[in-house]
Design a protein around this ligand. Structure first.
Ligand SMILES: [Zn+2]
Length: 197
């Protein structure tokens, strides 16, 4: 409900998963979203964030999550703030994910792969992760990959308004017009995932 009061219509809850907890987390999140009242001011989509995986595990775990009914599959990318295994961005993009979060110093080849597969690259407000924003935005716009604005919220104070997220985008060289395109792409994505927005 904190998101509803910050003005959001739809959120995806994307808990961190790997082989240790994916079998427990997925039914829990599906149980939550299936019981969420249909007439609530905010809609909740079932998601996960594949986090700190050895690269070869992205494909099987993304496939598993999709089969179980997870709508929004995020992969924790090669953030400048938290070390992950080199090759994580590429392995994640080759699997069936929707969003590559905080991909940091992503290569041109991987940006093109994201574009070709229609995978969103995240521009984040999260401290540390956000050091990669400018690079990600710049390459995504150059090669026509889709961007999404995220917060990587873990605590109530991470929840910010849409206008703060937009300010963060503008600060990273994304134009107002580009922000409109992002909103359009994200809305279309959410509708495809079953949200009414
Ligand atoms: Zn992450």
């Amino acid at each position: 409900m904190r998101y509803a009061s910050a003005g959001f219509e739809v959120i995806a809850i994307t808990d961190h998963v790997d082989y240790s907890n994916i079998k427990a987390v997925i039914p829990a999140i599906l149980n939550f979203t299936r019981h969420w009242p249909k007439n609530s001011p905010i809609q909740v989509l079932a998601g996960i964030e594949l986090t700190h995986l050895p690269p070869r595990q992205f494909k099987p775990l993304a496939r598993y999550a999709r089969k179980k009914g997870i709508k929004v599959i995020v992969a924790h990318g090669e953030s400048p703030a938290e070390p992950v295994i080199e090759g994580t961005n590429h392995a994640a993009l080759e699997s069936d994910i929707d969003i590559l979060a905080h991909p940091g110093n992503i290569t041109e080849e991987d940006v093109k792969l994201a574009r070709d597969k229609g995978i969103f690259l995240e521009i984040t407000t999260r401290r540390g992760h956000r050091a990669g924003n400018y690079h990600v935005a710049h390459l995504a716009m150059r090669y026509g990959a889709k961007l999404i604005l995220g917060t990587d919220s873990h605590d109530p104070e991470d929840i910010i308004s849409y206008s703060e997220m937009k300010r963060n985008a503008l600060k990273n060289g994304i134009s107002g017009q580009q922000v409109e395109i992002i909103l359009h792409d994200v809305r279309e994505f959410l509708r495809r995932k079953g949200a009414k927005c």
